[in-house]
Design a protein around this ligand. Structure first.
Ligand SMILES: [Fe+2]
Length: 242
């Protein structure tokens, strides 16, 4: 993405923070692409074309999961999808200037082998997560903003619809001074627009309750997730989920 590529007429004014400070970023996910020539590739390209026109450009982009179609036992095919997604579909983005933060998702990390490919393909992600989940779960501090990316389907924790909370609790406590705290994951905690189903559509009830308790206790502003292809904003106990 370079400034010359977009004329003033083509530029889309971005929502920007009010006053000094603040953080401007874009969040989108669930492209399920990575395969040349299929409809998802064209849809994703259309969305990217809009993001590329935002002015000012975002400081960073969060992509909470399901970048590619995935869900294959063929590791070489999975790597090829990631390479196509990173090298072709996201080639428009200068990722050195605008970091791209990912979360795991059901299309990308569905067993130990696909978790290994995720770590390999997204080697730029911090390795500061809980034991066993390095590169799958992590935190990023950007000034007064804390971003925590959780893994809602670790194979070592029972798979889809589970999330660990001990490391999350410690991480949020260690960054109690952060003015803004956001937690991001792939699966919703509460049903979205009537789409309900523990573990596959939202995090299971036991982990979900413990997870939300931690977010509320630490004053997290919002949990940002994806997975269900619907826009929704909810407020539970003062913490926002969207
Ligand atoms: Fe998903």
């Amino acid at each position: 993405m370079n400034e010359e590529a977009v004329t003033p007429r083509e530029a889309i004014p971005a929502l920007t923070p009010r006053g000094a400070g603040g953080h401007q970023f874009v969040l989108y996910a669930d492209a399920c692409s990575g395969v040349p020539g299929v409809p998802h590739e064209a849809t994703f390209a259309a969305v990217n074309a809009v993001v590329a026109r935002l002015r000012p450009q975002p400081k960073f982009i969060c992509f909470p999961g399901d970048e590619i179609q995935g869900l294959t036992a063929d590791d070489a095919a999975l790597r090829a999808q990631w390479r196509h997604w990173l090298d072709r579909e996201m080639a428009w983005l200068d990722r050195a200037a605008i970091p791209l933060y990912h979360t795991t998702g059901n299309h990308t990390t569905y067993d130990a082998a696909s978790e290994a490919v995720f770590r390999e393909m997204l080697g730029h992600l911090p390795r500061n997560g809980p034991p066993g989940q390095e590169g799958l779960s992590y935190w990023v501090r950007r000034g007064d903003l804390l971003l925590v990316f959780v893994n809602t389907l670790w194979s070592g924790h029972g798979g889809e619809g589970r999330v660990e909370t001990d490391w999350l609790d410690r991480t949020l406590a260690a960054h109690a001074d952060a003015r803004h705290k956001l937690v991001l994951g792939h699966h919703p905690v509460f049903p979205v627009n009537g789409f309900s189903g523990a573990y596959q559509r939202e995090i299971g009830p036991t982990d979900g309750r413990a997870f939300w308790r931690v977010l509320v206790n630490h004053g997290v502003l919002a949990y940002l997730c994806s997975h269900m292809l619907a826009f929704d904003v909810q407020i539970h106990e003062g913490t926002c989920k969207s």
